[in-house]
Every structure is written in structure tokens, then in C-alpha cells.
Design a binder for this molecule. Structure first.
Ligand code: ADP
Ligand code: ZN
Length: 433
């Protein structure tokens, strides 16, 4: 299903031409009117005239989250204050929060992006969509809210929390679609079970749009199977507006609407562009933003690019499931470990609930150690110590195999680890605290 078929299926060469035109306009505008960008480009020795093709984009300097922090709250805005219609403030997962401003056109483009994305997830008129992302400074709630209204769905603006009430609403209002973090949907499912409600059998829920945190394909499969729904992946960050892009019915990568954002994947160390399929750091240029445009912004998330036409017929580039942020990487005794690798491994082990885990890193003298707390599944909960030791050994063995580093495994009782309503925080690094 398409919201804007003319754009979504436009021939690749036309799309590239359009991107180039938008890029060129943006670069000229910022060079002329934004002191920040003017100086940046000058320092890098590049003039807008040097951008003669999309390939030349790599001549432009990168932007970093630090630039936003240094210019807090609004020194980088390129629209006047009276043109702004909204502010959002990022959740500050990695430090001081940053402020984002929007003109009405910026909100319209954001909503258009979500209208295309939600339509490609099969959501539209006739659907009842519960938005269980936080409403407020976080972009998730309001973003999805306007996107869902745009496609004609009926919105239930539930926000986060009051989980039992959320479940009652899902039942009473015949909710068919939900948007939240994957960890919150897992929590909702657990609470529903305790209330004697099977989401699969007792509700009309058929599709979820999940994001704001990394989650593995294994987690997706488990959610789809347990709840009997389609679980789509939605990506965005406040700096580019908020959640904007999703995968389609094919579930083969997230479509990045090329007229809205120009995407690159680079080697974090060298800054060089990587070819399709190679994992690196995501870099985004927001092509149409008025209040706070971003050129070559180093988002920090790890993914790979696929510029081939999607089996669904969409010609826009796709990015693969994001596996975390460059700065999420833990170095344990010299070995690089991503939390998503831990999740991927835990998802394969039937005795434990892979969706609930915590990673605790400590340093004893000069030696790092990593402890992974996992929850036993009810069916495997036993008072026989030998059984438990056997499971613990198995989990430790699988983790060692997957990560190349020895891990101390702690089995915990079902329902004992923290649950999250917003972004999950599963890593406690005591080395940096
Ligand atoms: P903050 O950087 O303060 O968390 P945001 O609230 O804008 O700011 O969150 C954006 C970040 O959330 C992304 O850069 C990414 O790390 C993460 N994120 C969002 N959606 C996804 C997703 N579908 N998969 C993995 N990570 C995601
Ligand atoms: Zn597609």
C-alpha cells in the first residue's frame, strides 16, 4: 500500500536528480544565511559551487551531536522564533539533551514521512492505533499521533504507563495497531497475561510499530509469534524530526524517503563512505527542514545501506536493522561487545526469557568483568539446583561462543528484572560511574 506512489516509486535516476536539487538548494541557503554552516564550510575549504553531483556531498563537513550541545538551545536554528510552531527536547540517552525546533512546514514533512511509512505497514483508515510512546518533550508520542491521524486511523493517545488500563483500552476500543518501544510491548504482553488476557486471542491487535531502541530480528520473531501480529521497525531521532521511517510489508530494511533525507553509511574511523551492505555509522542530511537543517549529521547508529529497489517496488534506499550506537559498544578485556549481540544470543535459548536481561560491567583491578542477568521462563523454573546450574552453564557457554569473552551468568526468577516503559536501559557500566 502506498500513500504517495508517485514519489515512493519514482525511477531511481529521477530520485537522485531530485535529491541533488534539494541538496544544492539546502547548501546554498545555509552557506548564505547560517553563520554556523557558513563558517563550517569555509573551514573545510568547500563552497556550494563545489557540489556538482551527489557524489560531491562527501566534500561537506560532518556535524556532530556536540554541535547541537555547544549551540544549546537554539543558536543553530535557521528560522526566526516567530516561525517556530513547536519545540521537542531529545531524551538525552547519551548526555545533555538537545533542543529541536519546527516550523509548520517541518511538521508537515515529518507527518508526510510517517503517512508514507504507516501506509507501507498497512495502517490506515479503519485502524485504531494506540500510541503508547511518551507524549511530551519526547518526539515519539506526538510524532506518531499526527502520522496516524493523517492516514485516517483513529488514535488512542495512551502515552506510557498505567499498563493495565492500556490493555483494557486495547480490548474495549478494538485497537488494531500499537506504537511503542519493543520493550514496552513485551511488558504490556506480560501484564496482559497476568490479567488473563491473551493479546493474540482476546484482542484485535494485528500490527505494531516498534522503535526508539535497538531490538533484534529474534525479538521481532518472538513478538510476532507470541502476539500473532506483524511487528514493524520504526527509526528516527529528534535531530532529524523524530520517528520517521519504517520497514514495509517485506520487512527487508527501513525505507528512508530520499526526498526527505539523504543517507550515507561511513567508516567511523576514516569517515569514508562504505559500499552497500557494509556495516558502519549512519550519516543523515535532512533535505527539507527549515528550522534546523542538518548536513551530514553523524547519527551514531550502526547500520548498512541497501540502494537496490525493494521487492515492494519502492525505489528509495533502505537501511538494515540498527544494531546499536557506536558509543554503545562495550570493550571487555579488549574485545568489542554490543548489547544487541547479547540479545541475539539469548533469543536462541528456550529456557530463558531473552526479552528481559541486564548487562553489568565492572572492573576489578585492571580486569573487566561482564555479568549478564537473565530471567528463567516459568516452565523451566525449578527448585532443583542441578537443573538451574545446567541452564546457567548453557547460557554461559552460548554467550562465550557468541561474544568471544567469558561472561558471568546470573539466573533470576521470572518477572524479577526491570521492565521499561520508554527506552530500555539494559547496560550498567560500573567502570564509568
Ligand atoms: P537520544 O539520542 O537522546 O536517545 P532520541 O530520543 O531522538 O534521542 O533517540 C534517537 C535514537 O534512538 C537513535 O539515534 C537510535 O540510537 C535510537 N533508535 C530509535 N529508533 C531505533 C530503532 N528502530 N532501532 C534502533 N535504535 C533506534
Ligand atoms: Zn519495501
Amino acid at each position: 500500500m502506498r500513500w504517495n506512489p508517485r514519489i515512493e516509486e519514482m525511477p531511481v535516476d529521477e530520485l537522485r536528480k531530485l535529491q541533488y536539487k534539494l541538496m544544492k538548494t539546502l547548501v546554498y541557503r545555509l552557506y548564505s544565511f547560517s553563520p554556523f554552516y557558513h563558517d563550517r564550510m569555509k573551514d573545510a575549504g568547500v563552497h556550494p559551487d563545489d557540489i556538482r553531483s551527489l557524489a560531491d556531498v562527501k566534500k561537506l563537513p560532518f556535524m556532530y551531536k556536540k554541535d547541537l550541545r555547544d549551540n544549546y538551545p537554539n543558536k543553530m536554528f535557521t528560522a526566526s522564533t516567530d516561525e517556530l510552531v513547536r519545540y521537542h527536547v531529545s531524551s538525552g540517552t547519551t548526555g545533555k539533551p538537545t533542543v529541536v525546533g519546527y516550523t509548520q512546514k517541518d511538521l508537515d514533512v515529518w507527518t508526510e514521512s510517517l503517512a508514507r511509512s504507516l501506509t507501507s505497514c498497512g495502517i490506515g483508515r479503519g485502524d485504531v492505533m494506540q500510541v503508547s510512546y511518551g507524549y511530551g518533550l519526547f518526539t515519539g508520542g506526538l510524532g506518531l499521533h499526527y502520522g496516524a491521524e493523517k492516514v485516517g486511523a483513529t488514535v488512542v493517545p495512551a502515552s506510557v504507563g498505567s499498563t493495565e488500563k492500556q490493555i483494557t483500552l486495547i480490548q474495549d476500543l478494538n485497537v488494531t495497531a500499537i506504537a511503542c518501544t519493543p520493550s514496552y510491548l513485551n511488558h504490556i504482553s506480560d501484564v496482559a497475561e497476568k490479567m488473563g488476557v491473551s493479546i493474540k486471542n482476546d484482542t484485535s491487535l494485528r500490527v505494531a510499530v516498534l522503535g526508539a531502541e535497538p531490538w533484534t530480528a529474534g525479538m521481532r520473531d518472538r513478538i510476532q509469534e507470541r502476539l500473532g501480529i506483524r511487528a514493524h521497525n520504526i527509526f528516527g531521532t529528534s535531530e532529524i524530526s523524530g520517528p520517521m521511517f519504517t520497514d514495509c510489508a517485506e520487512q527487508k530494511g527501513i525505507h528512508i524517503w530520499g526526498d526527505i533525507a539523504y543517507t550515507e553509511v561511513i567508516d567511523s574511523e576514516t569517515g569514508e563512505n562504505l559500499p552497500d551492505g557494509e556495516s558502519g555509522e549512519l550519516v543523515v542530511t535532512v533535505l527539507q527542514k527549515e528550522a534546523m537543517p542538518m548536513i551530514r549529521y553523524r547519527v551514531g547508529d550502526i547500520t548498512s545501506l541497501d540502494t537496490s529497489v525493494c521487492p515492494c517496488g519502492c525505489t528509495h534506499p533502505r537501511i538494515s536493522r540498527l544494531t546499536g550506537r557506536v558509543d554503545d559498544m562495550l570493550i571487555i578485556r579488549g574485545i568489542n561487545v554490543f548489547p544487541s549481540q547479547v540479545e541475539h544470543c539469548l533469543m536462541q535459548i528456550p529456557e530463558i526469557s531473552g526479552q528481559n536481561y541486564m548487562i553489568i560491567v565492572t572492573r576489578d583491578g585492571s580486569l573487566d568483568s561482564m555479568r549478564v542477568q537473565v530471567e528463567l521462563r516459568k516452565e523451566f523454573f525449578s527448585d532443583k539446583i542441578d537443573d538451574l546450574l545446567e541452564i546457567r552453564k548453557k547460557v554461559a557457554y552460548e554467550l562465550k561462543n557468541a561474544l568471544n569473552v567469558s561472561v558471568d551468568v546470573e539466573l533470576t526468577a521470572p518477572d524479577s528484572l526491570p521492565r521499561f516503559e520508554g527506552k530500555a536501559k539494559r547496560v550498567i557500566d560500573r567502570r564509568v560511574l
